[in-house]
Design a protein around this ligand. Structure first.
Ligand code: SAH
Length: 392
């Protein structure tokens, strides 16, 4: 039976502006009892069709798949996924021998809320963030593995820890198509080993690609600190021409991965050191040691109510780096918290700078790359922001 959700009067406005979420508070009536992940149709208070999407109990009750009255069947998902691929092609990310790693599906940014899929040189690692997407994971993997031009050897589903906790489902991480131990990818000519099993998220932070490339323009003869280094992405780019590069991360596994990736590109090069340490403790002891610092911390705020603490965190962290960096130094500083706006992030960095009294200029403003597209109707999908600072 088709499940019908009727919105309270006035609550159709955001849907008419093509925002892809319906919050539970907007709902007036649900006909029947939808199970988690069911397809539901949404109507306004006058019974006009608005949208169709995946249902889930919780704050975001419906994740919209279409604003026209269609059945979201396998054909629908195939078309939407093919469009996502065409978009990457248009952005110049496919068919490039120096680049075989990109995000293929970016949730709301690609009209597929609840689904993320990264392409790693023939292997796709997907994560579902909604029960609706999880329930059709095999169909999705089938579509992904059959994409023409990509020659997919394996699709790994890493939804083990991304499905909402309420659902009662116990998802396992598993291959849904083929299999592969690990893979080496090429990003602008640099090589990285991707470990989707042991690594965080899908194994690699693809979203920093263009910012890593930008970093490469500033590293010549500098001593570089890559704080929160994870797989050593920024370190590898810096190693091309820096005087020394230190990768710091609190996770032992990250330290190993950074070492391995630097070795993969530069062999045993004594300019690089990987250090396991806590960021705040480490930063206390670096006065005058570095003239380029990268600060790419994990999301400090996952929810709105943690916003103030997150802003304080960014302020403290940036203050330390601005205090400690050599005169004429450069800081690449980032926030990947969705709830921290570009403006709020900039304010925290401003407050940090003001506290040190040093003269600070903004050289670049950074963002997320085109394979992490921002759906203009869904400002929440803009999450990555960064500044390049010049500190006198
Ligand atoms: N810059 C990386 C991504 C960073 S992800 C890239 O380009 O790929 C954030 C990293 O911060 C994780 O690897 C995590 O282990 C590390 N981390 C978290 N808390 C930390 C802390 N207090 N001190 C140092 N590292 C920390």
């Amino acid at each position: 039976m088709e499940i019908k959700i009727t919105l309270k009067s006035g609550k159709e406005q955001s849907v008419k502006r093509l925002h892809p979420w319906i919050f539970s508070g907007a709902i007036k009536k649900i006909s029947g009892t939808p199970a988690e992940g069911d397809i539901v149709k949404v109507f306004d208070n006058n019974n006009n069709f608005l949208a169709v999407g995946h249902y889930q109990p919780g704050s975001i009750a419906v994740r919209i798949l279409s604003f026209t009255d269609i059945e979201p069947d396998v054909g629908f998902f195939r078309q939407t996924i093919e469009r996502a691929f065409e978009f990457r092609k248009a952005a110049g990310l496919t068919g490039n021998h120096k680049l075989n790693v990109f995000r293929l599906i970016h949730g709301e940014g690609d009209g597929l809320p609840g689904l993320v899929a990264d392409y790693y040189n023939g292997v796709i690692v997907m994560q579902t963030h909604s029960v609706g997407m999880y329930r059709i994971r095999r169909e999705l993997a089938g579509i992904l593995s059959g994409l023409p031009h990509l020659k997919i050897s394996a699709v790994y589903d890493k939804s083990g820890s991304t499905i909402p906790f309420m659902s009662g489902i116990r998802p396992e991480n598993e291959f849904l198509h083929g299999s592969s131990e690990s893979v080496i990818v090429t990003e602008y000519g640099f090589r990285f080993r991707i470990d989707w099993v042991g690594g965080q998220k899908t194994g690699f932070f693809i979203d920093q690609r263009e910012n890593r490339k930008l970093l490469g323009e500033f590293t010549k003869d500098r001593s570089v600190l890559n704080m929160f280094g994870y797989t050593g992405g920024f370190s590898v780019y810096a190693m091309k021409n820096a005087r020394l590069v230190d990768s710091v991360d609190s996770s032992a596994q990250a330290v190993q991965m950074a070492d391995e990736n630097v070795r993969l590109n530069f062999g045993d090069d004594r300019r690089h050191t990987s250090i396991q340490a806590d960021a705040f403790e480490f930063l206390n002891g670096i006065k005058g040691k570095y003239d380029l610092i990268v600060l790419d911390p994990p999301a400090f705020a996952k929810h709105n109510n943690a916003l103030d603490n997150a802003l304080q965190g960014y302020k403290r962290l940036n203050m330390k780096a601005i205090q400690m960096i050599k005169p004429g130094g450069i800081i690449f500083t980032f926030s990947c918290s969705q709830v921290v706006s570009r403006e709020n992030f900039r304010k925290s960095v401003f407050a940090a700078a003001a506290n040190t009294g040093r003269k600070v200029r903004i050289l670049h403003q950074m963002s997320q790359p085109p394979d992490h597209p921002v759906n203009i109707y869904h400002p929440e999908s803009e999450y990555l922001k960064g500044l390049v600072l010049y500190v006198e």
